[in-house]
Every structure is written in structure tokens, then in C-alpha cells.
Design a protein around this ligand. Structure first.
Ligand SMILES: *[C@@H]1O[C@H](CO)[C@@H](O)[C@H](O)[C@H]1NC(C)=O
Length: 171
């Protein structure tokens, strides 16, 4: 199936917090080989789990990954880890920094930048709507909200709650 996109879940950004300098060094050298290895395996895109959206090492690692991906057809997109950082506002800057990047994965009928999450962490549809309105582009929003009420037990109810703010569901 030619149009199928294979995602490798999940390259965690900022999971290691011991020493920013060391993390930068490790991340930078690993970034290129991670992307090259994935491309070799036939994977088209990485989900980047971002749990510490304002840290310097997050920006440093993302810069390296996007630069590496730019030299191939490989794509990257964010999963905002709301389990690690529940404050949605904290993600606005990092998301806006990369939404328009040529290596940022786009999808859907309008070819919008693809954005996901890990968890909803008790945020409401209107809070996500407000968050989305602060982004520099309209996104194709496919969150993983499996911690939200009715996600597993009552899909019709779940979709009617979230329908206005999501383009699909990730799990
Ligand atoms: C969330 O982050 C924003 C932006 O940094 C900040 O202004 C706000 O106080 C934070 N909210 C909470 C509840 O920490």
C-alpha cells in the first residue's frame, strides 16, 4: 500500500535529564544515526515525544533531528507528552518553531502539520481549541487521549465530546 505511513513510536526527547551538556552530545550524535537507521528500515516518520518543551536540550535535539531529516524524505512530528508536562501553554513555542519546517510531517485533505499527544490529562475540548488557536498554522490534530472518559467504553460518546477539536485518534 503505497500511501501507508509507518511510524516508529516513539523517540523520546528529553527523557534523560541528568546533564544537559552530556545529553546534547549524545543526542546530537544519535540523532543522525537514528534517522538513518529508520530510513534504512523503511520507516517514513518518527513521532517525537516532547515532555519538557521549554528545555534547552529539547531545542538542541530537535534542531539536530530536523536538520538531519531535511537531507532525506524522512519526516518528523510531535507528540506532546501531557503526562510529563500538563501545561498546554508550555508547548506553544516549541510547536510553532517546527510546524512550518520542511521535514515536519503533514497529512489530511488540507495537508496540515500532524500533531499528536500522549494523554489529555484532564484538559477539555475548549482548552485544546484555545491551544490550537495559538498555533501559527492549523494542524491535523490526532491526539492519543486514551486516558479520557469513555475512550474505551463508549466511542460514540467520546467522539461527540471531542469531534469539534480532533481530526482523528491515535492509540
Ligand atoms: C502555564 O504556562 C504558562 C506559560 O508559560 C504560564 O503563564 C502559566 O502560569 C502556566 N500555568 C500553570 C498552571 O502553571
Amino acid at each position: 500500500m503505497q500511501s501507508m505511513i509507518k511510524f516508529l513510536l516513539v523517540l523520546a526527547i528529553g527523557a534523560v535529564t541528568t546533564n544537559a551538556q552530556a545529553v546534547d552530545g549524545v543526542s546530537n550524535s544519535h540523532a543522525q544515526s537514528d534517522v538513518e537507521d529508520a530510513a534504512t528500515l523503511g520507516i517514513d516518520a518518527f513521532t517525537l515525544n516532547v515532555g519538557n518543551p521549554s528545555a534547552d536540550y529539547t531545542y538542541n535535539t530537535l534542531s539536530q533531528l530536523f536538520e538531519t531529516a531535511s537531507s532525506s524524505s524522512f519526516k518528523l512530528f510531535f507528540s506532546m507528552d501531557l503526562a510529563q508536562q500538563p501545561n498546554l501553554s508550555q508547548f506553544v513555542n516549541v510547536v510553532n518553531t517546527y510546524l512550518g519546517h520542511p521535514a515536519y510531517y503533514r497529512s489530511g485533505a488540507n495537508n496540515r502539520p500532524f500533531l499528536s499527544t500522549f494523554n489529555a490529562n484532564n484538559h477539555t475540548p475548549s482548552e485544546f481549541s484555545n491551544f490550537k488557536s495559538q498555533l501559527s498554522q492549523q494542524v491535523y490534530f490526532v491526539p492519543d487521549f486514551d486516558d479520557s472518559p469513555n475512550y474505551y467504553s463508549n466511542s460514540p460518546s467520546w467522539f461527540s465530546t471531542w469531534n469539534s477539536v480532533i481530526d482523528g485518534a491515535f492509540s
